[in-house]
Design a binder for this molecule. Structure first.
Ligand code: DOR
Ligand code: ZN
Length: 431
């Protein structure tokens, strides 16, 4: 008996509560009078049911830095955060630039069984930006790579990027660009602006991101290819996306929860937990990113979950590694920054955290409507909950959350992968 009934839930937070029967990995029935059923019951307590979240941008650190995150610990963090699929970035050690690695990541994720861990393949060998990796063999492997990215590094050479886009187009896969012109960010650790100047931190100009976004939009146009912009962080990037989309260019973009909540005033303490690439920008950028996500100029939320060891974060700002944890706090931050101010309703949350990421990457078993016959990849959310972030309580091995001790709204109370409960009330449910 693997059937589950989720009782008393509001689909997309709308209308009267209903019961939802999950069987054989699908939504079998939705109604108020499902009769007596031999099934495990999950009390939905009138909470919000949405399609499970999909993260297009997660760093899981396996292979190579299992002291900071593994596919197992990262999968647990994802399930607790309401995710049913994540895309694990290629900047592991060794780099995921061959099918041996990308297939391993997929298989290990399936073994753990908490969330589908889709491998991201590197665009170039060793993320060095010099020679294209064997994208075709990675796409054809059991890991069936759908996203290629050198994330952490920019594919800065325009000719290599052009070839990557052409090649990706013929394979039907997506290039996700970490937009950073490296010649403009040499030594940079913080957003270039008054705060960095005052604090004596080397500045990272907006133009480092925007010049690559503009360039790649034009390259995608000429190649007739799609391009996806990772972690958009500036108001100028928003304007460029608007322009490119108006031209009919196939460009999509993601924004991180941290760029929607935090700005560079956080750097005043020199606490390196706030160091991230791209850097935290100014309040005006934050406002523009929120508006862009509400309007669909930025398509989706992606966490850029980036675990780092204490010794790499609890040190001088400029010596610290960039990156922050994100999987377990993402939903709450989207509620804080988008739902509470009235920029998104629950349908909007489903759109930016589930439906749009699934569409961008062509996953047909995720981000589906809450309807009979659809795959039962689901998340249950208590919209009235409040909780205080405590790094030591997170499932991630690393503890570098910038949201430590913040009280945030809304909590994931259950996650279902193909009809099976993976997380419930802050605990992993063993498979
Ligand atoms: O802050 C970041 N951390 N940005 C990146 O692009 C890479 C990531 C990491 O791997 O730690
Ligand atoms: Zn990146």
């Amino acid at each position: 008996m693997n059937n589950v009934v989720i009782k008393n839930v509001r689909l997309y937070g709308e209308g009267d509560p209903v019961d939802v029967l999950l069987a054989d990995g699908e939504i079998r029935e939705i109604g108020t009078d499902l009769g007596v059923i031999d099934a495990q019951t999950v009390d939905g307590a009138g909470q919000v049911l949405l399609p499970g979240f999909i993260d297009l941008h997660t760093h899981l650190r396996e292979p190579g830095r299992e002291d900071t995150e593994t596919i197992e610990s990262g999968s647990a963090a994802a399930a607790l955060g309401g995710y049913t699929a994540v895309f694990a970035m290629a900047n592991t050690s060794p780099v995921a630039d061959t099918a041996v690695i990308t297939d391993y990541v997929w298989k290990r994720g399936q073994e753990v069984g908490l969330v589908d861990v889709h491998p991201v393949g590197a665009v170039t060998v060793g993320l060095e930006g010099k020679q294209l990796a064997e994208m075709g063999t990675m796409a054809a492997g059991v890991g069936a790579v759908r996203i290629f990215s050198d994330d952490g590094h920019c594919v800065y050479d325009p000719l290599i990027m052009r070839r990557a886009l052409e090649y990706a187009n013929s394979l039907g896969v997506l290039i996700a660009q970490h937009a950073e012109e490296p010649r403009l960010t040499k030594g940079a650790v913080a957003h270039e602006g008054p705060t960095a100047s005052r604090l004596g931190l080397a500045g990272w100009p907006r133009a480092a991101e925007e010049s690559i976004v503009a360039r790649d939009a034009l390259l995608a146009r000429d190649a007739g290819a799609r391009v996806h912009i990772c972690h958009a962080s500036t108001a100028g990037t928003v304007e460029l996306l608007k322009w490119a989309k108006a031209q009919g260019i196939s460009i999509t973009a993601e924004v991180t929860p941290h760029h929607l909540l935090l700005d560079d005033s956080r750097l005043e303490t020199y606490d390196a937990v706030n160091r991230v690439n791209p850097p935290l920008r100014e309040a005006s950028d934050v406002a523009a990113l929120r508006q862009a996500l509400a309007e669909g100029v930025v398509d989706c939320v992606a966490t850029d979950h980036a675990p780092h060891a204490d010794q790499d974060k609890c040190c001088e700002f400029a010596a610290a590694r960039p990156g922050m944890l994100g999987l377990e706090t993402a939903l709450s931050i989207i509620v804080e920054t988008m739902v509470k101010p009235g920029l998104l309703d629950w349908r909007g949350v489903a759109r930016v955290m589930s439906e749009n990421p699934a569409r961008i990457v062509g996953l047909d078993d995720q981000g589906r409507p809450l309807a009979v016959g659809e795959p039962a990849n689901l998340v249950l959310i208590d919209p009235a909950a409040e909780w205080t972030v405590e790094a030591d309580d997170l499932a991630s091995i690393a503890r570098n959350t910038p949201f430590q001790a913040m009280t945030l709204p809304a909590k994931v109370t259950a996650t279902f992968l193909r009809g099976r409960l993976t997380a419930r009330d802050g605990k992993i449910v063993a498979g």
